[in-house]
Write a protein that binds this ligand. Structure first.
Ligand code: SF4
Length: 344
């Protein structure tokens, strides 16, 4: 079994400096840990850092977030995708304020909106020092290699979770659960990387079964993904003589719930015939085709055709947004691509 002290010693020398981390020995702020964990579920550390700074500037405390308008939370989240997470974040901030602060147990954390077992474990270990090992992609990789777990993901997740808990079960890890969790994250992010792990620099190189067998680069194995389906839609960019663009609000529930968009057709499996699509145009105008964009989502890919028209006055349902204010609107990145195509 690898020695937790070896990993912790390595961490004390090589830990990453991250904006949500406290200085060595200082207490972690559960608010910062929580926001960073939700943001990191969908993108890389490097991409999250600027969003994290901007978000914290706008909502420096859980109280400020709880008191914010939902539109401004959506705006601050725009570009990160997975908007259900922003809605849950807002609901969670309100729930935390209602109970006077973050609960300090895994059960209490997991009862909050948008906090699943992994995030509860991450906040619990990192912010409150609970003896638990959060298993993210980095920890999954390190653990599957240390124990040479050959079964493919995602089926091997329960086996990996049990093995990761064994890594954190020793006295040294239990004495520093926050550092141990972050040390595992850092080991996976900087040494035990997906391709070409730097085993010569690894504090656990002597105990790693995958390395002994020479299969470290092959693990963790993954079940091949099914091809993503393609959905089609047509969106309409209508602009008036003063430079206002017509937007509409998506329903509060569902994909991109509560976000703004260009009016358009629903998204479906078959392409839209022009006559069918035109029935969804916000008003009669001299529409012209400006091209199409593609955008990948987790379960499907979107192919959206963009139509554009200029009119003197917009007479249609929706919200008028000055062109100069589009940057601050709560638009998902797929709509920004459509607008860029239409307005460039
Ligand atoms: S020895 Fe290599 S494969 Fe094993 S945990 Fe360390 S970096 Fe990862």
């Amino acid at each position: 079994m690898p020695d937790p002290n070896a990993l912790l010693d390595w961490y004390d020398r090589h830990r990453r400096t991250l904006p949500w981390r406290a200085l060595p020995g200082a207490a972690m702020d559960p608010y910062r840990v929580w926001i960073s964990e939700i943001m990191l579920q969908q993108t890389t550390v490097a991409a999250v850092i600027p969003y994290f700074h901007r978000f914290l500037e706008r909502f420096p405390t859980v109280e400020a977030l709880a008191q914010a308008e939902s539109e401004s939370v959506m705006q601050a989240w725009a570009g990160l995708g997975y908007y259900a997470r922003a809605r849950n974040l807002h609901a969670c901030a309100r729930a935390v304020m209602a109970q006077g602060g973050f609960p300090r147990s895994l059960e209490g954390l997991q009862a909050l909106p948008g906090i699943g077992p992994y995030t509860a474990s991450a906040i619990g270990a990192i912010a409150f020092g609970l003896p638990t090992v959060p298993v993210d992609g980095n920890v999954e990789r390190v653990t599957s290699r240390i124990f040479a777990i050959d079964a493919p993901l995602p089926g091997s997740k329960p086996e990996i979770a049990i093995a990761a808990a064994r890594l954190g079960a020793g006295k040294a890890a239990q004495a520093r659960p926050s550092d141990f969790a972050q040390a595992l994250f850092d080991l996976g992010a900087t040494i035990c990387t997906p391709t070409n792990p730097a085993c010569a620099l690894c504090p656990w190189r002597g105990e790693c079964d995958a390395r002994k067998q020479g299969i470290e680069a092959e693990l963790p194995r993954k079940t091949p993904k099914a091809a993503r389906s393609l959905r089609h839609g047509v969106h309409f960019c209508l602009i008036d003589s003063t430079g206002n663009v017509l937007l509409r609000r998506r329903p509060p529930q569902g994909l991109y719930g509560g976000m703004s968009e260009l009016p358009g057709t629903p998204w479906r499996g078959e392409p839209w015939m022009p006559s069918e699509a035109n029935a969804h145009a916000p008003m009669q105008a001299n529409w012209r085709d400006v091209g199409e964009i593609r955008h990948g989502l987790t379960h499907f890919e979107l192919q959206l055709q963009v139509q554009m028209a200029e009119v003197v006055r917009i007479n249609a349902e929706g919200v008028l947004c000055a062109r100069a204010d589009l940057g601050g609107a709560a638009l998902p990145s797929v709509m920004r691509k459509c607008l860029k195509l239409a307005l460039s």
